[in-house]
Design a protein around this ligand. Structure first.
Ligand SMILES: [Zn+2]
Length: 193
């Protein structure tokens, strides 16, 4: 089972308030469309400032209105956040998933550390059990490690059950990230599903 694009944030370009992308914008109306050049993992898009509270983001040929929220910075000045077009929560990053811009929660995406930690932990467990059985480490192998000579059947079957469970859970953790992503994918806005 292989995914060309795991459901982790790193694989989806984000629109971010961080860095200098929006340094030119302090809540005033700026005429015309402005190009936001994204860095690594960031979205390059056109932005139109409608008011202090609303911008339009041209995203994959679709114009997505994004409401803004402003909060006071501790050391003075204002901090801008996007309101997620789906849930309305103020967020510093929105991800382009399909034809829509949504926050990480609405997108169902995982951070790399989140998505992989469970899968890796379970895979590691499977490997260590396989090692107990004297088998070569095969975290996602299809065949069971054979019963070592001298090991009684009860012990072998107990270890085998734990091994299969750890393997299944490792795969489920990987697939779960993908399923959550697919289930939360917004209805296509530009014909791209
Ligand atoms: Zn959201």
């Amino acid at each position: 089972m292989r995914y060309s694009q795991p459901a982790i944030t790193e694989n989806f370009p984000c629109l971010s308030t961080e860095g200098k992308r929006f340094a030119w914008f302090h809540g005033e109306v700026v005429p015309g469309w402005k190009l936001i050049t994204g860095g690594a993992g960031e979205l390059t898009c056109w932005v139109y400032v409608e008011s202090a509270d609303r911008i339009i983001v041209e995203c994959g040929g679709v114009e997505v209105p994004v409401a803004l929220s402003w909060s006071s910075r501790h050391l003075g000045g204002k901090q801008m956040a996007f309101r997620c077009p789906k849930c309305g929560a103020p967020r510093y990053k929105l991800y382009k998933v399909g034809g829509a811009l949504v926050c990480r929660k609405c997108s169902g995406l995982y951070h790399r550390s989140q998505g992989e930690s469970v899968a890796i932990r379970r895979a590691r467990l499977a490997i260590s059990i396989a090692a107990e059985l004297g088998a070569q480490a095969q975290p996602y192998g299809d065949s069971d490690p054979p019963q070592p000579e001298g090991m009684d059947s009860l012990t072998y079957n107990r270890l085998l059950l734990r091994y299969r469970l750890a393997q299944t859970e490792a795969l489920a953790a990987l697939a779960g990230g993908m399923a959550a992503h697919l289930a939360s994918r917004p209805v296509a806005m530009d014909g791209y599903q």
